[in-house]
Design a protein around this ligand. Structure first.
Ligand code: PLP
Length: 586
């Protein structure tokens, strides 16, 4: 017998039901009842019109380049003139030096109609929350240096440490005292047993995968759709619609891609695949919250994955390149209560200098150096060792920076408020980021704009729900720059401890002004006429559904959407209770 529609809806909304049970019960309903549950849930979440038509505001749609008309082209031409006056030297630099200077970002996300606006600007200096360009402009920098920047530019403690190290020279062969202390501190903060510095994040992932292969003697690597792990051949694969892996770019061999199994992230069915192929799998590599999709926080999935990989003796690697030290002292592992066998880091612990780090269980890291042995007995390094080296892996300058950053993190994670409570600085920053997103998401809703800001810790990202990198989105980032806010074309934004409340208010004002300008200028259009029960009629939900690549909602997506909604709610609830445990009072 099926559960009454109202009862099931109530359970879902009050979160009295496990999401898997909810899905099971939902799927046992007939089609009509499913539609009724969806309507009730969506209305309660504020993403669908009430039956009386009240609140039936329809989200606008962002323009695609194919939809540009003469009036849009004229507007773009006027913008180009203005932009040329705004950043003339930056533009001239790109033209002048392109013959010799190679940078893949130059062509990244390039839209032909916006070609004249598409170039990186040239910075002259950076200080605190700001970067300055060669044309004399100052920007509030929310690019976060691709996730590196946690304390703002030129943080005095960091500059002092690097200058001091520079004064000691840069010898590369022997050890420095700093490398011992940095590794010790790294283990202490993250809870891992051993730590290895590498030259970049890409290299850390590549070596961690090699360690896992050496440990297990197996070949295959599992990773998840939507993640990014750098571009080493070991992990640079994606999959086609039939699920077959293929290389991410020309020059990467199909033979490498074939060793990589790409699965759906957060989908329990992926665990079945892992279970079936366990005997061949050397490692499961996961970006716990994908920086490109921060709205997915599948805690329950990750816990089940951890359990399964323990049962099958598959080393689990968390790639915490972005989440590590940002969402909390122990990154996503600490927040979700899941310990990986190895975790890869970079960005923040490099303090602005190039680095990567692998931290993990001795069982795995011993495969690099043979583990521990004594000088005065017969003990010897363990025989099985893999190959790993790098001229600059332990470069003292960056180790000095790492030591300073780790020291600062340790100190500031345990700061106490006047009333004696511990106020972890990451929690304060995370709350500021959530508040920024809340204000702007409310604005987007009120203006019927199809845009949502997703956050995880102090990472946030603008998501255009109907389109991916259409002309409106690209123009938004140009206008935002002209409002004095610098982002990264790749899309991730970050707050740092250097951003004051005034800076945050200025970012909010800049976003509102840019979006309003685009709306006024016709870069958001009325949505297609579709039956109002389908997705496109609704204002964007701030927690759920991913953008559809076609730009058009499909009826079959409703179940997916309910699933996403339940997932997001559950993850949020878990995240809140976990951060509470860490002393964060939301
Ligand atoms: N893994 C993740 C999750 C990343 O975000 C990145 C870089 O953005 C990398 C790996 C590669 O790190 P790097 O650029 O330092 O080589």
């Amino acid at each position: 017998m099926q559960m009454p529609v109202e009862d099931l809806s109530k359970k879902i909304l009050s979160k009295q039901i496990d999401k898997q049970d909810a899905m099971r019960l939902f799927q046992s309903l007939d089609k009509e009842s499913q539609q009724r549950v969806l309507a009730i849930v969506r209305r309660a979440e504020g993403i669908a019109p009430a039956p009386d038509g009240k609140g039936a505001a329809r989200a606008l749609q962002a323009l695609d380049q194919r939809e540009l008309g003469d009036e849009h082209r004229a507007w773009i031409a006027a913008l180009v003139e203005k932009y040329d006056r705004f950043v003339p030297k930056s533009k001239a630099n790109v033209l002048e030096h392109q013959l010799h200077f190679v940078d893949q970002r130059r062509a990244f996300h390039l839209i032909k109609d916006l070609k004249k606006l598409h170039f990186q600007i040239t910075y002259t200096r950076a200080e605190g929350a700001y970067v300055h360009d060669v044309d004399g402009n100052r920007y509030i920098d929310i690019s976060g240096d691709m996730g590196v920047n946690l304390f703002g530019h030129r943080a005095p403690f960091l500059i002092k440490a690097i200058k001091h190290s520079l004064d000691q020279g840069i010898p590369l062969v022997g050890y420095s005292d700093m490398i011992f202390r940095a590794c010790q501190l790294f283990c202490e903060i993250t809870g891992h047993e051993r730590t290895l510095f590498t030259q970049s994040g890409t290299e850390a992932v590549m070596f961690a995968v090699r360690i896992a292969r050496a440990a297990t003697g197996r070949k295959k690597i599992v990773l998840f759709d939507g993640s990014y792990h750098g571009l080493s051949d070991a992990v640079a694969a994606t999959r086609d619609l039939a699920g077959n892996s293929f290389p991410l770019a020309p020059g990467i061999l199909q033979e490498f891609a074939e060793q990589i199994i790409v699965l759906d992230y957060g989908d329990m069915a992926s665990l079945d695949v892992i279970e079936q192929c366990a005997a061949e799998i050397a490692t499961v590599l996961v970006e716990p919250v994908q920086s490109r999709h921060p709205y997915k926080k599948p805690v329950e999935f990750l816990k089940a994955l951890r359990q399964l990989t323990i049962e099958k003796d598959i080393p689990l690697i968390f790639d915490e390149m972005i989440t590590g030290f940002r969402v909390g002292p122990q990154g996503a592992q600490g927040l979700f209560g899941i310990q990986a066998d190895m975790a890869t880091y970079g960005k923040i612990p490099g303090g602005g200098l190039p680095t990567g780090v692998i931290a993990g269980a001795a069982k795995y890291l011993d495969l690099v150096d043979g583990g521990s042995w004594q000088f005065d007995d017969d003990s010897m390094p363990s025989a099985k060792r893999t190959g790993m080296a790098g001229t600059h892996s332990q470069n003292p300058l960056k180790i000095a920076a790492a030591l300073a950053v780790l020291g600062e993190i340790k100190k500031r994670s345990a700061e106490t408020a006047p009333d004696g409570t511990v106020t972890c600085f990451q929690d304060v920053l995370n709350r500021k980021t959530t508040a920024l997103a809340d204000v702007l998401n409310t604005f987007f809703r009120e203006e019927c704009l199809p845009v949502v800001i997703d956050t995880f810790g102090s990472l946030f990202r603008f998501r255009f729900v109907d389109s991916y990198w259409g002309v409106t989105e690209a123009l938004f980032f140009i206008l935002l720059r002209m409002e004095g806010v610098e982002t990264n074309i790749q899309g991730n934004c970050f707050l740092t401890t250097a951003h004051s409340d005034e800076d945050i208010a200025a970012v909010i004002a800049g976003v509102k002004a840019s979006m309003s300008n685009l709306k006024r200028s016709g870069f958001f259009r009325e949505p297609d006429q579709e039956p109002p029960t389908q997705d496109s009629a609704a204002l964007p939900d701030t927690t759920a559904f991913a953008p559809s690549p076609s730009g058009r909602a499909s009826p079959g997506k409703d179940i997916e959407r309910l699933k996403a909604l339940l997932n997001a709610d559950l993850a949020l609830a878990e995240e809140l209770s976990l951060t509470d445990e860490l002393g964060s009072l939301k």
